[in-house]
Write a protein that binds this ligand. Structure first.
Ligand SMILES: [Zn+2]
Length: 293
């Protein structure tokens, strides 16, 4: 996702324009909830305001079709505001963070959301990365380029680490984190009680993380779906964020079908904060059912 439009978005906001686009700063937020005996905390970083211009959502079907889906859900049709959030899991012996937002360098609120939750980032033992896009790895670094989670092992699929390093733009990030990175093979248990779930398509090593406590489980779906409205109502629509559009679409359809059948709770980092709930079958697609408990 482009981050250079942050300044333009801030200017538009100051000018009172409704034409917001790109990452927009937002107040920190931390919402705790239970999974079995574990305490989980959804942490807010930013909002990504995606214009409804068929550049990201609906490049094949066009603006009117996207507008119709948004209108039916009672949502504004000019912009799709996506959350950019992270998930903290407090486990015996491990404090785990899944994804890190865009980062403080571009105005991300994640450090302040940690403060709101009363959690010291130095206590994080493991950072699990769903994939290497900027809105998931940007917060690995502080505003001055240091390690934001200095005592954490950074875990991602081997294919994703290779993908991250293949991008010249990531050179500084890769150099800063390389001594902390440990890769895994898809499907591996990465921390006791957390299993990686291979979901390639959005990126080559895109992984979800399934957290289990007793009889309860929750899947962090990463970027399997971006809009709680459009991605669920029309999973067959291509989204420009996917590296492999076809594989991304096939994977999204399969993942949503499986989640609706299992009725498993999920955390979706781009759904409306705090992004915890279930996917429910509705017509030819699905709807979002928040379920915090
Ligand atoms: Zn993302």
């Amino acid at each position: 996702m482009p981050i250079k439009s942050l300044f333009a978005a801030a200017l538009a906001m100051l000018a009172g324009s409704s034409a917001l686009a790109g990452p927009v700063p937002i107040a920190p937020a931390a919402t705790a909830f239970k999974l079995g005996s574990l305490r989980l905390v959804a942490l807010r970083d930013m909002i990504n305001a995606v214009p409804n211009d068929a550049s990201v959502f609906g490049p094949q079907v066009g603006v009117p079709a996207v507008s119709a889906v948004l209108r039916q859900a009672g949502a504004p049709t000019d912009t799709l505001p996506l959350g950019v959030d992270a998930l903290l899991v407090e486990m015996p012996g491990h404090t785990v963070l899944i994804d890190t937002g865009l980062g403080p360098k571009v105005g991300g609120s994640l450090p302040k959301s940690f403060a709101a939750a009363g959690i010291d980032p130095a206590k994080v033992t493991d950072v699990l990365i769903t994939h290497s896009h900027g809105d998931h790895v940007g917060g690995l670094l502080t505003a001055d380029g240091g390690l934001a989670f200095p005592n954490a092992t950074i875990r991602m699929a081997a294919a994703e680490w290779a993908f991250l390093k293949s991008k010249p733009d990531n050179a500084a990030l890769a150099a800063a984190i390389t001594s902390k990175v440990q890769t895994f093979t898809p499907g591996a248990t990465v921390v006791p009680g957390i299993r990686s779930v291979p979901l390639p398509g959005h990126t080559p090593g895109h992984s979800g993380y399934e957290i289990t406590s007793g009889k309860e489980r929750l899947l962090d779906i990463g970027d399997s779906a971006h809009s709680a409205i459009v991605s669920l109502a029309k999973p067959e629509w291509v989204i420009a964020y996917d590296t492999d559009a076809k594989q991304g679409m096939v994977r999204r359809e399969a993942t949503l079908a499986q989640l609706a059948a299992s009725h498993e709770r999920i955390f979706a980092p781009h759904f409306p904060f705090p992004g915890v709930g279930r996917v429910v079958k509705r017509g030819t697609g699905y709807i979002w059912q928040p379920d915090l408990r």
